[in-house]
Design a protein around this ligand. Sequence first.
Ligand code: GLN
Length: 323
Amino acid sequence: STKADKDWLQGYVDDWVDFYRKHTKEGQVASYIPILAKANPNHLGISIHGKNGMIVKSGDTDIPFTIQSISKVISFMVACMEKGIGYVLDRVDVEPTGEAFNSIMHLEMKSIDKPLNPFVNAGALTVTSMLNGKTAMEKLEPILKLLEKMIGYRPTINQAVFESEEESSARNRAIGYYLVETGFLESNLELTLETYFKQCSIEITVDDLARIGLILANDGRDPFGEGEIIPRQIARIVKALMLTCGMYDASGKFATYVGIPAKSGVSGGIMAVAPPRVRERYLPFIEGCGIGVYGPALEDRGNSIAGIKLLKHIASQWDLSVF
Ligand code: GLN
């Protein structure tokens, strides 16, 4: 029965969260944005939303946190919907960098003619600058609307996190000025930065991330709603980008050892997508599910340390890898 299945799955997930929580001690909360250093490093929570309607969640699932870099997925999708995929990809490439998310290394290389991908800050600022609107709130409106369609309520912007990002913005400004000089920014720098910091400061939970993952896993459709929320082609591109660039410069290892599209943020969130696939052991719950993880203690690349270990374990137990 569904109830027995759910209890069985719940038991496993509870055990795994208990087990992996100790690994939070091996990581550190982000501190370059001062307010993020206040997060509790011991927190670890996961939520999994199945296409069959089952939800399994465990650990610290009620803590709201800011979406940070996971917002780059949303802004990229909105830019593609507003301007067309061709327009966006003419201005931002789809290649992994192998460098940190806020690296300035590649910007000046002659062989590279545009920011390498929308999930590093150079690419994300370029994408945000493309969004329609003359004010930050106008540019953010379609991002908030799309999120609302996916998670079922209109999320808010955490003002304190936004201010903290603004106060510690030297690196993003450096990247931004370079993009101004090279002609990539389509809005002025201050407007672009304000919009970008606000999009990073949108507050969400692991359930919200699981819902977004579920919709991406199902090619942009909500299995419980009607019609397409994200055009299929955009959902496909975004999943390819998540797999190749979603976990910063640890994306290769994540693709190898976990094998599903995922996007992390420095506040400790991970949004993962398990597309449906033929498996030897048929578990309806995991066919096209979305997974949200929160664990603010990070490894040195900026990904949730226990979150990655937990996902790796679940992916191997349930054969989630798309390969
Ligand atoms: N707001 C953060 C920054 O731009 C987001 C980074 C992240 O989550 N990797 O530095």
